[in-house]
Design a protein around this ligand. Sequence first.
Ligand SMILES: [Zn+2]
Length: 366
Amino acid sequence: MRYAATLSDGLTAGSSSGTVGFAETGLEVTSGSGESSLWPYATLAAATPLSRASRDVLLTSSVQDGATLFVGDPAFVTQLIGRAPGLSAGRERWKAARWWAAAGAAVAGAIGVLWWLDIGPARGLANAMPDGVRDRLGQQVIASMTRSYRVCNAPAGVAALDTLGQRLSAAAGSTAKFKIIVVNWKLLNAFAAPGEQIVLTRELVENARGPDEVAGVLAHEMGHGLERHPETALVRVVGVSAALEFMMGGSGSTIANIGLLLAQLNYTRAAELEADGHSLRILKNAGISTGGIGDFFKRVAKIEGSSTVGKTIGGYDILRTHPQSAERAKRALDQPPYPATPALTDADWQALRTICGAAPAQKAEP
Ligand SMILES: [Zn+2]
């Protein structure tokens, strides 16, 4: 008997479908491309303690650092508890949390109402989250992420990023100012974390053709933040009960390791279009041309035609999306013109490009 599973290797962004089965000494995990590996039962850890009522499970194994395995099948969970009873050891602590869950009934009631409004329990809970909780959640995601990747902090680059962040935050019309960091990660990626935080990778900053492109990416991620897409995605991953426990001040252990997972989540096409809509509005309010993000999508549309690049850019939030890049480029480039100035001065742009250290020379147009 094999179960459908969602796999992330923790090295490349994005996830893939595979299967998992029970072998004598461990889980036999098979990727979509047919490669198998054994995750011994003793090496497994679950994101939340399992019980017979658990409907899904997010697993990691110490034999494959950073990799995650998600199975959304209660029958799998039941069998797993039989093979690896240690995964349910947290149940005692869980019982203690029940009192808090009862105290959270009011919150749950509010969620019920939102559920009726047909926006789903995850989005409902994300929208009901107080700012303090979202900040705490975001800090955990960032902490989890920066355990693996150093934060780039060349002072001139940090100052330039701050200048751009302030300009865009003011234009976003959000009361909170977005906190933005660049991490030393050789993977093209950008993503929003809960509590108005945004992570850019070194690869992204160094591959941008100019500050307007980075501004466009940031404005898009701000759009996700304003719509609380990261909060919603996290609630979906950990489950409503674990998220409620976290909101009630419970230990963060259940979500301590999911920062990297957040970087791999796919949003829906509707969510991407929402974020794109925000990005065009934010750029206009900030007086930054949408030409940068338009050119960027155009370049991506060209790249999409060639099969080799999919793997390296597949994890890029702004790219791994369903809306076609050509269509998105057109939307950005078709905006009626308005007065605009460069997102950063030349000096600030050079500082941002070298925030992680010396940057490679700008590549020629493909
Ligand atoms: Zn996006």
